[in-house]
Design a protein around this ligand. Sequence first.
Ligand code: NDP
Length: 313
Amino acid sequence: MAEYKTKVLIIGSGAAGYTAGIYAARANLEPIIVAGMQPGGQLTITTDIENFPGFPEPVGGGELMDRMREQAEHVGVKLISDTIAKVDFSKRPFVCYGDNGDKYIGETVIVATGASARWLGMESEKKFQGFGVSACATCDGFFYRNRKVCVIGGGNTAVEEAIYLTNFAEHVTLIHRRDELRAEKVMQERLFKNPKVTVIWDSVIDEVLGTEEPLGVTAVRLKNVKTGETSNLDVEGVFVAIGHKPNTDIFEGSLEMDDEKYLITAPDSTATNIEGIYAAGDVQDKKYRQAVTAAGTGCMAALEADRFLALHE
Ligand code: NDP
């Protein structure tokens, strides 16, 4: 088993992790990033990004993350492709264990493990995952050329995915549990203007319906939350876009979390309840969740780790 030692161990390779790496490397702290299950993080599965400063033309999420990775490597970040499965934060230096048992020892740790898509939680949703049910239009939209699909949710992600899916699908139905969307107004306007989109309000999915052999979705059973009425909508693809949950399972019992399992950081800081451990990006942010805010807190975490090390050396 390999053993790695560093002054700054960064867990996660999204916008927060890479930015923390860039700042820590430029402070001569020779950081290590353990990239995790989805290198590049959630931005690698989004479509064009129009709100990251410095890119007047939309930039693809994957491309933006490739550039962050290149920049991190260029300034000397050591990038390791492994997933942390277990941590021991009981004393300093902190110890983390990779999937295959490799050991990572950090004098400080920056947790930037991000968040993952949430699911509705029905048996039938699980059964058809990968066979008509998806949480990523960018990944799977292409397979629904000239087919009918639906998107569940009313936030920016749902609206963005619905619009994106119109590039392929014959028709897209957005299903939302309330009578107004949470998404930004400009996104809503784009959605309502699109002739390939219908919105069904005040409704939730009761069941995903489909065939056994071959396994595939044929319809969803909808329930109107106001009247209780149910109806079927014929679709071959169901895209769930109801938000995210933070990736904090491995920190259960060691780092303080709120009710929704987001890591708690001190006000105006990325400091967790353990001195020398910092949290940046979506794993500690349920409010803004933007690429640029994740990068911002990644920067803060690296500066705070640097100060901590200077005080303790
Ligand atoms: P949000 O939390 O903003 O929205 C989740 C949506 O799913 C809400 O409309 C919510 O309904 C609905 N929902 C939640 N749980 C259920 C459930 N069990 N059944 C049915 N519906 C449910 O998540 P997003 O992923 O859309 O966005 C996350 C963050 O990322 C936001 O800050 C967003 O602005 C940002 N973002 C920005 C983009 C951009 O700027 N281009 C693109 C994508 C995301 P309700 O409204 O009733 O609560």
